[in-house]
Design a protein around this ligand. Structure first.
Ligand code: F1P
Length: 350
């Protein structure tokens, strides 16, 4: 017998195992990926996907560029075959990294074909299934072996593909030692969920929250978008994502007592980001902060601390589990089934 949300909860809770499994997969394939990244050195690497995997593409590109210095962008897959010249500069050697849980989304396959045919791009993929049409099109394929899911909304798949992308970026940046640091993530993810499950539930069941804004900058912007999508898909809640300082330029007019602002705080821009959150707090919003530690954040009503001691990019996956749990509890609180969101299919096939 299945109960509402059963699969989603199980997938969220088991994601640390999927992180460990994808790191093993990267270690096994490390040499093969060297050739992919060598090809992208003097060109532009385009990460692309749809929905969750588009948001992953933005974070993955930011991480690759930061760790390796190689130019990289995250792009919605359809843009690459509908409006390619708006994304692809002339005379650049293009490499493509297709991101797709299923490996069967039509737009992602078309984008891969278009890049290969029109731009002679080398194509790689990060996915959760073997033997897919996407894998057939890719000369390098990283499969997150435990990333597959029954639920429509991506949780374990997304975060495990993210761990895979960070590990690959570290290899591209000539930092193989980074993989050992990433190995610390699974137990940290477990602890984080244990410590914050009550908070996720309390916030999720709080019917005083009518709308949620997720703020994240740099590589955290894609994660803010993904958290926003999770809340929409599972719980049909009005939610939006912004870069931190963008929020002052208009969106803040939406803030009221029924607003929760979630800040995915960085180390590097922490002061400027905290100032935005404090301002929104003063305007009446409730605040949830996710940060490495609680220094200077005692004013925040809700705080999730990682205490990971990991480099900023290595700890990116830790932003996700508590926000996924929040979406899950909010869905259940509203009488919805987070396993099968309204109007959605697991894959969009055109
Ligand atoms: C991408 C995706 C999901 C979304 C939706 C449809 O699929 O857009 O992110 O939740 O249900 O598919 P994929 O290409 O990553 O398999």
């Amino acid at each position: 017998m299945t109960t509402p949300g059963m699969f989603t909860l199980q997938e969220i809770q088991t994601q640390p195992d999927a992180w460990a499994a994808v790191l093993d997969a990267v270690r096994e394939q490390a040499q093969a990926w060297d050739t992919f990244f060598a090809g992208g050195k003097d060109g532009l690497t385009l990460f692309f996907g749809c929905g969750s995997t588009h948001y992953l593409s933005m974070t993955a590109a930011a991480v690759l560029q930061t760790l390796s210095g190689q130019a990289a962008r995250g792009v919605p897959a359809a843009e690459l075959f509908l409006l390619p010249e708006t994304w692809i500069p002339a005379h650049y050697q293009i490499s493509g990294v297709a991101l797709s849980r299923s490996g069967t989304t039509t737009e992602t396959l078309r984008a891969a074909d278009h890049l290969a045919q029109r731009y002679a791009a080398q194509i790689a993929a990060v996915t959760c299934y073997t033997g897919t049409p996407l894998a057939e099109r890719s000369s390098w394929t990283l499969v997150s072996p435990e990333g597959h899911e029954q639920s429509v909304a991506q949780t374990r798949s997304f975060s495990s593909m993210l761990v895979g992308c960070i590990a690959l970026a570290a290899l591209a940046g000539g930092q193989p030692g980074y993989l050992e640091k990433l190995s610390a993530l699974p137990p940290m993810g477990e602890r984080l969920m244990q410590r914050n499950q009550a908070l996720a539930r309390t916030l999720g069941e709080d019917s005083g929250i009518a709308q949620v804004f997720f703020l994240g900058s740099g590589p955290r912007y894609g994660l803010a978008c993904e958290a926003m999508l999770k809340l929409k898909e599972m719980s049909l809640t009005t939610s939006e994502a912004y870069h931190f300082l963008e929020f002052r330029h208009g969106p803040k007019s939406m803030v009221d007592q029924g607003t929760l602002v979630v800040g995915l705080l960085s180390d590097v821009a922490r002061e400027a980001e905290s100032a935005v959150l404090r301002e929104m707090n003063d305007l009446g919003a409730r605040i949830l902060v996710l940060a490495e530690d609680g220094d200077g954040l005692d004013w925040a009503e809700h705080l999730v601390c990682f205490e990971s001691q990991l480099a900023e990019l290595a700890r990116l996956p830790l932003y996700l589990p508590v926000l996924q749990l929040f979406a899950y509890h909010r869905a259940l609180g509203k009488g919805l089934n987070p396993d099968s969101p309204r109007h959605l299919d697991a894959v969009v096939k055109l």
